[in-house]
Structure formats: C-alpha cells, structure tokens
Design a protein around this ligand. Sequence first.
Ligand SMILES: Cc1ncc(COP(=O)(O)O)c(C=O)c1O
Length: 448
Amino acid sequence: MSSRQFPGPFLHPFSHLETLRRDGPLVVARGEGVYIVDDQGRRYLEGNSGLWNVVLGFDNPRLIEAAQQAYARMPAYHAFFGRVTEPALELSERLVSLAPMDASQVFYANSGSEANDSVVKLLWILAEAEGRPHRRLLLSRRNAYHGMTVATSSLTGKDYVRSASGLPLAEVRFLSCPHHWREAAEGESEEAFSARLADELDRTIRNTGAEFFAGFFAEPVLGAGGVIVPPRGYFQAIQPVLRRHGIPLIADEVICGFGRTGSFWGSLHYGIEPDIVVASKVLTAGFFPMGAVILSPDMAERVGHAAARYGEVPHGFTTGAHPVGCAVAMAAIDELEAGAFANVGKVAPVVQQRLAAMADHPLIGEARGVGLMGALELVADKAGKTPFAGDVEISERVATRALRHGLVCRPLGQAVVLAPPFIITEAEIGELFDILGRVLDEVHAELS
Ligand SMILES: Cc1ncc(COP(=O)(O)O)c(C=O)c1O
C-alpha cells in the first residue's frame, strides 16, 4: 500500500484511476542501478527504464557529476537572438556526426512531443515560405505515438487520446498499423503485407495529390503502440513511395534512438533513410528534459531559405538547448560509447530468448520484440487471438501483480511491455523474467 492518499493535489497523467484509488500512488524515493526504491524502502526492478529513457541507471554518477559541473559553470541560458552556450555547440556537432543520415543542423526542444511538434511547424513554415501553403497534410499510422501537444496528439494513433480533446487536427491522415500478427490477412507473408501497406500509402497520397503532403512520421518500432516491430521489407517498400512523391520521412527516434533496438538508431536497424530525425529520452538518459530535431543538409538549407524571408527562424523555446541538458546529453553519449551500448548487444539476445520462450504460456498470444524492447500480447484464446473483455483489464492486472512482486512492467492495451535499462545484467534479466513468469501463472490461475 502507498503512503499517500488519492486523490490529492497531484494530477496523475496517464494513470489507471481504479488502481490509484485502491493502492494509492507509488512514491518513488530514489534509485539504485536498474532498481527504484519507494518511500517505504521497497525495491523494484525497473523493467521499463522509467518511460524508456533512464537506461544508464537511476543513480548514474557520471551524469550527476556532468549536471553538477554544468550548473556550476553556466546554470541557465537561452538560445535566442544569436546566443548559444558551449555545451549546445558541442552537442550539436556530436549529434550531426552521429545521426543515421547525412545531417547538418540540430534544433532543441524540451521533450519528444515538442520536438515532433517543432517538425510540424518547420514543415508548415517551409510550405508557406516556398509558396505552397496547401502542403500541410501529415501522414501517420494507427497505434503510433508521437506526443501529447495538440499537433502531436493529432499524429498519435490512439483513438481515445485524440477524441478526448476533439482531435485530430484536420491535416492528419492515418495509415494502417504495420502489425503483421494482428493485421495481416490469413496466410499473407510479411513481405506481401509490407507491399500492401506501401500500396495503401501510394493510394492515399494519389487520391488527394502529392502536393498536399508535408511529411510522413514513423517510429522505426512503434513503441507506446505496443512494441510493434515492422514486418520484413516494410521501410524498403514505403520509402520509394515517399521519394517518388517528394514527401519527407521523419524518423521519430524518441524511443529507438541511441541503442534501444541493438543498433545505434532504429533507422540503421531497419534501413531507413530519414530526412529528419527526432530524438529525446535516451538523449539525456532521462536526467534532463530535452528533445532534438536533426535535419538533413537539404532540410536545413530549406529552413535557412525560409528563415531568410522573416530575417530569423520563427520558432523556439525559452529552455531549448539548455546548457545543463546539453552537458548531460554529452555525458550520456559518453556513457553509451564507453560500454552501455555494447551491453545492449550483449544482453539483447538473452532478453529476446526469454521473451520468445513466454509465447508458450497459455495467456500469451504473441511475444515480440527487438533489442532491449519487447511486448507480450495477452489473449483470452490463443488459437483465435481473441482479446480479453475490457472489464478484465488484463494488462493492468499483470502489471499490478508484478509490482507487488518487485517488478515494474508497463500495461499497454492488451499487452505488457518491457524495455529494461541498457546497463542490465544477465542476472537481473533472469530476475525480471522469473518474476514475470510467476505473475503470469498467478493471473492465469486467478482467471481460470
Ligand atoms: C516515439 C515517441 N515520440 C514522442 C514521444 C513524446 O515524448 P514526450 O513524452 O517526451 O513528450 C514519445 C513518448 O513516449 C514517444 O514514445
């Protein structure tokens, strides 16, 4: 049980109200490596790295020291009116050289949502400046998650999240979710499914006219949609369509960026050639709020021309390119390069093997994943892939029970999602899956 009452003065975003009412909030007091510790001293293995981001440990001393030194040197400054701090210049150089495509400039926001929102603004600024004000339509996919600002909620393919606030914006068009297990026709191969989705994209564009489309947003792996790994050949089928119609591809690497898939970028893992990359989360390992928009030379040049029209780039945030955030990001990249990224390569096969083994459990319809991310799709009937009735709240049930056993995992629709920190050891992976196996057995017994 929690030490705090609910409801209280704190408004809990995206939190299951009934669980909160029954158990109260989990008050997190501190962290130790891959564990968090609550205000009553209980330890939990954090199987989700917080929200995919705290991958270098909850007490990483190098990041704390980098932040302390940056605070001592220059604790705050903005980047308007031609001002910039040294950490912001250094980080930009580094991101440009690390980017998965030829890149030349970086714009900073304070979150993944703001970064994606900034891309929308930049695309629309280009449309206006280049004399094509009608070029405003944005392509996204069902089950995508691109953020929670007005524009990025609109790009997020979760119906209730949009409709709750009367969204999406009129400019958004949704394509099918590339989830082969759930969406493919009987007997359809992954390649054939990919070709069909590329065809859908082509038709969607042609039906309206390519000149109306400003960009196509895609996560390499749909993360908050339930770790939907693209079917074989998906991006290879999609990209030629976009190129043919001259529509920029925006890789939302907020989750996949910096190693989650086992490659340094999801784009490298899946052969994506983006025009724009959006990064956040692992960029600062969760130790500072930051989002980054990385532009290809062509995009940067076009933004430059558009800016010339106004005498400046008509966009920016007070705390964007914060010097402490930039210093923390540099330290996070140092840590990744010093061994944390290599550890992903080492332990990912162990995670994927343990995950795949769970497909045999009677509650699991599909076990899927890549690198250090995975999902277990819970089903009422394995053969028919039948989901549980809503009132069973199956994933919430599993996650709540896991918490009681000392494991944080995330309920997402009918799936339970895992995204452990990059520094996790094989012993900790063993602990994680042992707990999860026990939890699934208990929930199965409870339901039968
Ligand atoms: C792929 C992706 N894009 C964007 C966002 C939004 O990031 P933020 O919550 O930092 O605004 C998220 C958040 O989970 C995400 O997963």
